[in-house]
Design a protein around this ligand. Sequence first.
Ligand code: NOJ
Ligand code: CA
Length: 711
Amino acid sequence: MTAKRLATLLLAAMGILFFSCQSETIKTQVTSPDGTLTASIGLSDTGQPYYWVAHKGTTIIDTSYMSLEVKDLSAFKNGFTITASETSTMNEDWEMPWGEQRTVNNHYNELKVSLEENTVTPKKMNLIFRVYDDGLGFRYEFPEQEGMTEMLITDENTEFNLTADHKVWWQPGDWDIYEHLYNETSFSNIDALSKANHPNLIATYIPENAVNTPVTMKTNDGLYLSFHEADLTNYAGMTLKVDPASLKMTSELVGSEILGGKAKVSLPFETPWRTIQIGEKAGDLIESNLLVNLNEPNTIGDVSYFTPMKYIGIWWEMHIGKSTWDMEGSQDMNTYIEGSKNSARHGATTENAKKYIDFAAANGIKGLLVEGWNTGWDQWINTEDREGVFDFMTPYPDYDFDEVMAYAKEKGVEVIMHHETSGAPRTYEKQMEVAYNFMKENGMNSVKTGYVGKIIPKGEYHHGQWMVNHYEKVLKDAAAKKIAINAHEPIKATGKRRTYPNAIAREGLRGQEFNAWATDGGNPPNHLPTIAFTRMLGGPIDFTPGVFNIKFNEYKEENQINTTLAHQLALYVVIYSPLQMACDLPEHYTLDGQTHPAFQFIADVGVDWEQSMVLDGEIGDFVVMAREEKASGNWFVGGITNEEARTQSLDFSFLPQGKTFKATLYKDAPDAHWDNNPEAYEISTMEVDSTTNMTIEMAAGGGFAMSIMAP
Ligand code: NOJ
Ligand code: CA
């Protein structure tokens, strides 16, 4: 069929809605398996490629141009002709070793368009579109071609042309950190530069009015869109530059002053996928598997050395200022703890570690994280030269490493290693081999890494190509030693956990820690109802929920958690991670010498899932999820709300028919309130089956959690 005939047919099919693109000629297109989505690709009069996307016949991404600029060469932009166009289909199921669900269906139609310039020495570039029923991904491919082995990409200009001034949940396109709050504004009111200079962010760089991804939107027609990237490999992270006037976003890659560009690549090369998730309900975005599907299958084999688990740790006590990471008393980390200088109260002592181990063993918690166990914390922050500060081998003298490890082993508790690199990846790369061997010799299978501070060398950023490659090297080298990684201050999650399932979790958001010391009031009640539909689309989050002592006035009167206790419980279901911390202090989980009654939910809740579903939710307002635990057949339901109280109806038809389950409900007491009365909760038990319906009241900033145990 000629392109013209195809265009005519399409015009007939798409009717008036097509007219927004009428000046363009469709060259080729691809439709999702059930026909919901169509991506069309064309060439402008000057031979520049563009695409647009329709949902059920309505244009949702209008004509969006594509190009890349390269050092010492003309741009990959104009003068292209289409030399070939191929389609193919994939429909496969694959198994997650751990995850939100056991089996993932990967079903898409692919279109590969080969482009060649109309010049004497033509450059070649292919566009690959994979269209699913719940979204699409597209990438640029640079095939091997004469006279080109390498290129330095200085800019990628992929447009996302919106059809109206949508409502957007965004955070600034910071090259160094994802620890900003999400903002809710119309697209035309995005002002990322107003978010610069946050008092609690040590490393932050927002060069222009751009947003980071995932960035999520709601259209006036009630459609939900989220823009992100998948398979970020050997390339720079993508921010999206905002043009409020034309309602257009354009990719802006994170740069490097050392490289003098954005990404240096060898041919053949393919960029990460630029992704758009599309849902008719907000929850569809969470249920979508687009991002993992657009990554390569597992290349590291068996990861059974890591089992999903809950953990406690010598951690929150440093953040609230009860103790310190260092024992020298010389640290000055006023970002974390006001006035801790010269008042060291070392947290990671042998005795304290044993106290945590006892609590874990007595309460069914498998893991223990110990921060501040190794020397170097007196100089890890606020210094320009942070190379060589940590060696990841030498414990502080009051921490008997062998004794703690032996005690943990005896009690059946697994110790999680901690490597704070303090933003010095070169030092870390030199030490990784020895540090990982040391871990394995001591029976440790997972490590929490951290990259606090500006990256050394100066001129590199957390989200540039150099660091993308560092984070991947860590995953690869760790996998070779059978070690799993939970990275803080990481690169964004783009579904690479499919390829490297030892990438168990990461931070990459404003975590619980901000409530301990942020000077802007901490995370507001709408934080996690927003995170679920934005950051969480990328993958597992080490948010570290579970604070029971909501006000912690004993340590910091000016800070608090801005949710109820029941909301904290619900996070174990709502915020997905195969590694979930119960972050509060053992004494805060103890009431009258007994384990706090609400801790039973944390002890019971699963961390590895057969299936997950969103029962209800609106971005930034509330979200209710249900997950079925692998193997046990137990179900867990969690609901959280923002600063508004609400009545939530629950329909249990997700349960298998004909079975009666014993349920325990943990909910806000009638007078609970995130600020006035956050710890007031109620526990009740009942029988439920697939025909049960009930309503549950969530307090302002509140929530509920329910364990539903299989018979
Ligand atoms: C930042 C991490 O997010 C936090 O969890 C950790 O305690 C500190 N860095 C120290 O490594
Ligand atoms: Ca952090």
